[in-house]
Design a protein around this ligand. Structure first.
Ligand SMILES: Cc1cc2nc3c(=O)[nH]c(=O)nc-3n(C[C@H](O)[C@H](O)[C@H](O)COP(=O)(O)OP(=O)(O)OC[C@H]3O[C@@H](n4cnc5c(N)ncnc54)[C@H](O)[C@@H]3O)c2cc1C
Length: 212
C-alpha cells in the first residue's frame, strides 16, 4: 500500500510510495533483515514538511494502533498506543476533568507524532513542550525487542526520542500526564492600542460607536 493516504500536510514532496503495518514492521525488525533507513513511523501526516516521508524505504502506518490502554481518572495519567489521535485522548479524558497539557494548532495528530516532533502549544512559556509531560515511551528499534524508556530507564534514548523525528525507532505506546482542567472559563485581558495618525480622532470615534 502507499499513495495519497501517506502524504504530508504541506504537500512539499510526493506521498510515501510504500507503507507497512506495525506488525509487519516489528516482524521485519525482529528478523534482523531490515536495512538501514528502510522504515520510519507515519502518524497522521500533519507535518508541514517531509519528516514523515521515506524515499529510501517504507513508512510504518501507526493509525491502526489506536487503543487507549489505561487511564487514571485521579491522577490524569493516560497510557495509549502511539496511533491514538489527540482528539481521542481529549474525548476520553475531558469528561473526567483532564486535557493534554500541550496541544498544537490541530487536534488531528497522533500521540507518536506529537512526541517525535515534540510539539508546542500556545502555552509554551508556562507548560513547555509536549515532551515535558511524557512519562514513559515504548520503542521498537532495529533489534526488534521493544524497549521501555523514561527519565530513569534508558534515559538518553528517552531524551533523544522526544523530538527525534522517528529516527531512534518506532514509538509503539506512551504514558503521558494530562493537566487538570481548572475551569471551563478563560481569563482574558483586553489591551487597547493607541490610535495614531492624522485621522486618529475620527478613527477612535468610529471604533467607539456601538456595533450592530
Ligand atoms: C493546522 C496545523 C497546525 C499545527 N500547529 C502546530 C503547533 O501549534 N505546534 C506544533 O508544534 N506543531 C504544529 N503543527 C505540526 C504538527 O503538530 C506536527 O507536525 C505533528 O508532529 C504531526 O503529527 P502526526 O501524528 O501527523 O505525525 P506525522 O506528520 O505523520 O509525523 C511527524 C514526525 O513524527 C514521526 N512519527 C510519527 N509517528 C511516529 C511513531 N509512532 N514513532 C516514531 N516516529 C513517529 C514521523 O516519522 C515524523 O518525523 C501543526 C500542523 C497543522 C497541520
Amino acid at each position: 500500500m502507499g499513495g495519497e493516504k501517506f502524504g504530508s500536510f504541506g504537500r512539499a514532496t510526493p506521498p510515501a510510495r510504500q507503507a507497512i503495518s506495525t506488525d509487519d514492521a516489528i516482524a521485519l525488525l525482529k528478523s534482523g533483515t531490515a536495512k538501514p533507513n528502510s522504515l520510519i513511523g507515519y502518524g497522521n501526516g500533519r507535518s508541514y514538511g517531509d519528516s514523515c516521508q521515506n524515499d529510501a524505504g517504507a513508512v510504518v502506518d501507526m493509525r491502526p494502533l489506536n487503543r487507549i490502554r489505561a487511564f487514571n481518572a485521579e491522577t490524569g495519567v493516560i497510557e495509549a498506543d502511539a496511533g491514538v489521535l489527540l482528539c481521542d485522548i481529549i474525548a476520553h479524558a475531558a469528561p473526567y476533568g483532564f486535557f493534554p497539557a500541550v496541544v498544537p494548532g490541530t487536534q488531528f495528530v497522533t500521540l507518536g507524532g506529537a512526541i517525535a516532533n515534540d510539539v508546542h502549544g500556545k502555552n509554551h512559556e508556562t507548560a513547555g513542550t509536549f515532551g515535558c509531560h511524557v512519562l514513559r515511551i515504548g520503542l521498537a528499534r532495529s533489534s526488534g525487542e521493544p524497549l521501555t524508556l523514561s527519565r530513569e530507564e534508558n534515559a538518553e534514548l528517552f531524551a533523544a526520542t522526544i523530538g527525534g523525528l522517528g529516527l531512534t525507532g518506532v514509538i509503539l505506546w506512551a504514558e503521558v500526564k494530562l493537566a487538570a482542567i481548572t475551569s471551563a472559563y478563560l481569563d482574558t485581558e483586553t489591551i487597547a492600542l493607541e490610535v495614531i495618525g492624522p485621522d486618529a480622532d475620527a478613527e477612535v470615534a468610529r471604533l467607539e460607536r456601538p456595533g450592530p
